[in-house]
Write a protein that binds this ligand. Sequence first.
Ligand code: G4F
Length: 358
Amino acid sequence: VQYKYYLKMKKKVLVTGVTGQDGPNMVDYLLKETDYLVYGMTRRSSNINLSNCESFLNNERFQLVYADLTDGGSLDRLVQEIQPDYFINFAANSFVGCSWDMPEHVMDTNAMGTLRCLESIRRFQPKCRFYSAGSSEEMGDVDYSPQDKAHPPKPRSPYGVSKVASRFLVKVYRESYDIFAVHGILFNHEGIRRGEEFVTRKITKSVARIKCALDRDESFQPLQLGNVDSIRDWSDSEDFMAGVWLMLNQETPKEYILSSNETHTVKEFVSLAFQEAGIPGLWSGEGLDEKFRIYEENKILAEINEEFYRPGEVDILHGDSAPIREELGWSPRFSFPDLVKRMVNNDLEIAKKRTFSP
Ligand code: G4F
């Protein structure tokens, strides 16, 4: 991996999952807030989508590198070549819903993937600081709210289990080999780089599609959703990057929860997103017959489709991020309405461009 001479002495950060959401947000954060060299890792595939990487692909302190969490040899090679000072693992199969369809793949990528990263560090770069992306899905069938670090792991999905396994692997490697490894527990975090299978982006994309159709007096398919009573603690992913970096830069490895400390239902997200696009609506009906209609009109904007229910649901996630706010001074910039507004406006821009370009 070639860099200009004057860049060679700088510290190096390896960030995996660079084509996803958190990976590129972390790269943006590091290029802005540090003078380090940043290596963004992605898998080799015949059709790599780099659309989330446009802001830094040409930055002279950034380098795209290839390896795969399911291939330990490729990680070993990368760690030996780069000799990173920090290894931030955001790569994962992160869609909870799909973890029932391909549980082995999820365990292999997420849990065994963490193990492979830790093994590479242990053997080739033991002084490297490692970040493992934990999840509020580890809380699962919650005992109390808000959930803090002491909440027992009670995962409800193969995805949740994979993250609990990662958490304990990190602990074991820290205690057995004195590796600086932290496993931050991040509650839901979204944004304009969010994948379309996650509920927030699915909603904001549909809002943009429906808004364009209404503006042109065209018909449209309502947004189809599963469990709209689900309660989540949503933040903007960009805000979490500073928190992750703080966790990695303490004297001793200590883990924290990152969350907004407030909760909203999927229904509330839907209402606010349509309202943000200038389409106020109302929920009515119950269960599978519940619908979201344009206010004082009969047009259906969103409805329930059983297909999107999960075999096991986490009904409520509500994080307690007081410790990182009080001890490390972390605080978010974006509120829940800010998040919804940013995502809706971004998708409206995209939809308008698509509609009017030749
Ligand atoms: O957006 P979601 O798919 O996110 P989920 O399952 O909460 O997981 C996300 O957050 C975790 C942290 O808590 C991360 F670890 C994980 O990687 C991911 O980023 O679903 C949110 C809620 C669920 O309760 C789901 O059942 O929305 C509900 N929902 C209702 N209708 C739907 C839909 N979810 C999706 N994806 N699609 C629907 O149509």
